[in-house]
Design a protein around this ligand. Structure first.
Ligand code: SAM
Length: 282
């Protein structure tokens, strides 16, 4: 979908874009192709798209995959999508496109599904990108691949190695089940209107073997959030708010973690080991 087509369509329907919904539409054909090829799509793939907007990415996803489930919150855009993709929505038995007019975060929370056979491919609304990724990436029912365009700052957090400035809660919650595969920047001029922030597309692949069983996730999340609640403080002190001091000191010694250590120095594997040990009965 070219920039002129986008402008015409919006003008014809008198649609004023809503900033709070992150309505920056990607019109650059090369970047759209790069996103689709990062997702390594084939005819049997099932794709979840969050925030299809006017459908430039949806069009490609429908060409390259078997099935697309798209969730768009803005009713004006849902109307456009219904017209553009009438054919793919029409088939009664098995439509290639399933379109939901909904808030994606609420949809995902209300209807927890098994997304294991799905790929998430989306140019996400930036304001809700992190909660959506945390919601979708946790546990064994997460999609097998995530290819998302988001704010560069958030992309760097998703890819961050231990002790990097961007390493933190989002890094650990997503990397627990996903391994970063790669990323590329997308210049602001590729979107209409141009966003005020830099953007990047990241590719994450679900771990073949989970690092932690599903029932231990809640404890991992609690430990990570508490440890990073005050970044400059020693994490042992922070964790004392939730766990007995003696147990913590014994586990830190056993794992050879200094009692003075700050959360950003601990690797994902160390956080996993800490979770396992803290969950053992006394
Ligand atoms: N995919 C389109 C593209 O690449 O041009 C649009 C991407 S635009 C960055 C984000 C889209 O997400 C907008 O269409 C916006 O209306 C929609 N959106 C915003 N918040 C949403 C939410 N909570 N749930 C679903 N869609 C949302």
């Amino acid at each position: 979908m070219k920039l002129t087509e986008m402008r015409d369509l919006l003008a014809r329907r008198n649609i004023q874009l809503t900033k709070s919904l992150g309505q920056n539409f990607l019109h650059d054909a090369n970047q759209l192709e790069r996103i689709a090829s990062a997702a390594e799509l084939n005819a049997t793939d099932k794709v979840l798209e969050i925030g299809p907007g006017l459908g430039p990415l949806t069009e490609l996803l429908l060409k390259k995959s078997g099935q697309v489930l798209a969730i768009e919150m803005d009713g004006r855009l849902v109307e456009v999508l219904c017209e553009r993709f009438a054919e793919q929505l029409a088939s009664e038995s098995s439509p290639q496109l399933e379109l939901h007019h909904d808030d994606a975060l609420k949809f995902l929370q209300r209807e927890p599904r098994d997304w294991r056979d799905w790929k998430l491919v989306a140019n996400l609304p930036y304001s809700v990108a992190s909660p959506i990724l945390v919601e979708l990436s946790a546990g064994s029912r997460a999609p097998k691949m995530i290819v998302v365009t988001l704010q560069l700052e958030v992309a760097l957090r998703l890819m961050a190695p231990t002790d990097d400035d961007h390493y933190g809660i989002l890094t650990l919650l997503v990397q627990l089940d996903f391994q970063p595969r790669g990323w590329f920047k997308i210049p602001p001029g590729c979107f209409f209107p141009s966003p005020e922030v830099d953007s990047a597309c990241v590719c994450l692949v679900r771990r073949a073997t989970p690092l932690l069983a599903d029932e231990k996730h809640a404890a991992f999340v609690k430990i990570v959030k508490r440890s990073f609640s005050q970044r400059r403080k020693m994490m042992l002190k922070l964790l004392k708010q939730d766990w007995p001091k003696e147990k913590l000191e014994a586990i830190f010694a056993e794992l050879k973690i200094s009692p003075q250590e700050r959360a950003e120095k601990l690797s994902l594997e160390q956080f996993v080991a800490l979770t396992e040990k803290l969950l053992l009965p006394d």
